[in-house]
Design a protein around this ligand. Structure first.
Ligand code: NI
Ligand code: MN
Length: 226
């Protein structure tokens, strides 16, 4: 699995020969100026919830690439009305795609689309297949529901968790989340983009080290293979 970070909660993951893109928010992210949005590949665009810092560039990239948008019923319907290819999911449901399984799991947050349309309930995704298993939590608080993930999904090779505080859990809570989901390799997201979520990187890493876990803070535009 090759993982590329595009800032905020946006990641590209090459999985079983397909390009999965999560929560694209690039053009309006001043930290992601070096990312050329025209060159981001996507076969599927997975959206955790409707907030602008997760969906802002989804329509543009879907139109350029022909990628299918995978999201909850309300968000997928909003994009279907724009003429885009979608797959509807809802909480607890999973679907077997050509690259592997996608399960839509709970997040504790809120969700509204940029024009004020109701965005359904926010979620996260657990993806698995021949290459392994990973979790993108979206925006969420620490929640006991995370304990369900190791009970109902294969063991996680890595997880993408928000660590920026204010709108989501902070690094200390995310370190507890990494215990709940039984995952030792965490990639941080949803930090530094705005004033409210600027964090101390060393303190964040220490919160994980203290629990025997690894927190990876990928520079924007860089990739990692797991
Ligand atoms: Ni949000
Ligand atoms: Mn957000």
């Amino acid at each position: 699995m090759k993982i590329t970070y595009y800032g905020q909660s946006c990641f590209g993951v090459e999985f079983n020969g397909k390009h999965l893109l999560f929560d694209p928010f690039i053009r309006a992210n001043s930290l992601a100026k070096q990312v050329d949005i025209e060159k981001i590949p996507a076969d599927y665009i997975l959206l955790t919830h409707g907030h602008g810092d997760h969906v802002a560039d989804a329509e543009e990239i879907a139109k350029r690439t022909g990628a299918r948008i995978v999201a909850n019923y309300e968000i997928a319907s909003w994009y279907a009305e724009k003429g885009l290819e979608v797959h509807y999911l809802n909480h607890g449901g999973k679907w077997s795609f050509d690259f592997g399984m996608v399960k839509y799991v709970n997040a504790v947050h809120s969700s509204v689309l940029p024009d004020g349309t109701y965005g359904g309930n926010p979620g996260g995704f657990v993806i698995w297949g021949k290459e392994g298993c990973f979790y993108h939590a979206g925006d969420t608080a620490l929640t006991m529901d995370m304990k369900l993930i190791p009970m109902i999904c294969p063991p996680l090779n890595f997880a993408i968790l928000p660590i920026g505080d204010n709108f989501t859990m902070d690094a200390a809570d995310a370190a507890i989340a990494s215990e709940f989901i039984q995952c030792d390799k965490i990639i941080g997201c949803h930090y530094d983009t705005f004033g409210f979520i600027k964090i101390d990187h060393q303190a964040a890493k220490k919160a994980f080290e203290d629990k025997g876990k690894e927190l990876i803070l990928l520079p924007i535009g860089e990739s990692l293979t797991i």
